[in-house]
Write a new protein. Structure first.
Lengths: 144, 171
């Protein structure tokens, strides 16, 4: 897989993440769950900036940025705040995994950007009720 | 899109010990100047890089051990950090000759839980910088991915400790 392929895969994942954050935010009441609403809004903004940056990076290496799907499947029932928070934490965990794949396939400024974003997603999981892990984004290393 | 599955004990060893294997690996990174080019052979300096990260991990582990000995009440709080250090060292130390693994003098931890926790926080921040640098400098893409996961873990543990009040008791 080339760095362009990895960038496109990361961009495709960001399209799905933005869609998911949009749904999670729409199902969160700013009045009754202000902290969660604020956390989801901040996450949405970070992923939007990430998507825009990825589009530029894809063009920089001569690619045509992959477009978003019309809609994405969301797993499970997402109605209560704990479910919404958990879904966002799972999304960030998945983002770390995708970004680590980009780290492996890139170098220089692209790798540095992917590492920074992976670290942000890992730490943001704590804001979403998650805990610190030993191998975020590399679950196979947790195996004995 | 998960990365290619890696086994715990072979990842780094394969990247450092078998350069020809890694040269042929389809996930090795492109050259540094272009950001997108053909795979390159990993230069031998990755061994030095891994030794540096191992030294940083050993230093950080010593600080956690000293803090726990000095303030036993912090044991529960610091056990996850110590567990992560041990797992990270297990993966990396196999790629470093025993003679290269440092044995630092036990650090001195100031009295009081707040100061002990402060020492661990600073030590983890230093470790994060070292692991990040190693990730960015690694010639092997596999190694960079392992170090990126370590950096993410270190940042998570650091953030968890930073969220605690000065006395170290979870709010």
């Amino acid at each position: 897989m080339s760095v362009l392929d990895a960038l496109q895969a990361t961009l495709a994942d960001e399209h799905a993440a933005l869609y998911t954050y949009g749904v999670l935010g729409a199902r969160t009441s700013q009045a009754t769950s202000p902290a969660l609403f604020e956390t989801l809004t901040a996450g949405y903004r970070r992923h939007r900036a990430r998507r825009d940056q990825l589009r530029l990076m894809v063009r920089d290496v001569g690619g045509d940025p992959v477009a978003a799907e019309a809609a994405y499947d969301l797993d499970g029932t997402l109605l209560r705040p704990p479910q919404l928070e958990r879904a966002a934490a799972d999304l960030e965990a998945a983002s770390v995994e995708v970004l680590l794949a980009l780290v492996a396939r890139s170098s220089g400024s692209v790798r540095e950007w992917a590492l920074t974003e992976a670290t942000w997603s890992a730490v943001w999981q704590l804001q979403l009720g998650g805990g610190a892990a030993t191998w975020p984004g590399a679950p196979e290393l947790d195996l004995p | 899109m998960p990365g290619r599955p890696l086994t715990r004990r072979t990842t780094v060893g394969a990247a450092l010990v078998s350069p020809l294997v890694v040269t042929a690996c389809d996930i090795d990174p492109p050259s540094r100047d272009s950001g997108a080019a053909a795979p390159t052979a990993p230069p031998p300096e990755d061994s030095e890089l891994v030794a540096g990260v191992v030294a940083a991990l050993v230093r950080a582990r010593a600080v956690v051990e000293a803090a726990t000995l000095s303030q036993p009440d912090l044991t529960a709080l610091l056990t996850p950090v110590a567990t992560a250090h041990a797992a990270h060292l297990e993966v990396l130390s196999g790629a470093v000759a025993d003679a290269d693994v440092p044995a630092p003098a036990p650090p001195t931890i100031a009295a009081g839980p707040a100061r002990a926790l402060g020492a661990v926080r600073r030590s983890e921040q230093r470790l994060l910088r070292e692991v990040r640098r190693g990730c960015l400098d690694a010639a092997s893409g596999d190694l960079a991915r392992v170090l990126a996961s370590m950096a993410a873990s270190t940042a998570q543990h650091g953030a968890a400790l930073a969220d605690l009040p000065a006395g170290g008791e979870p709010s």
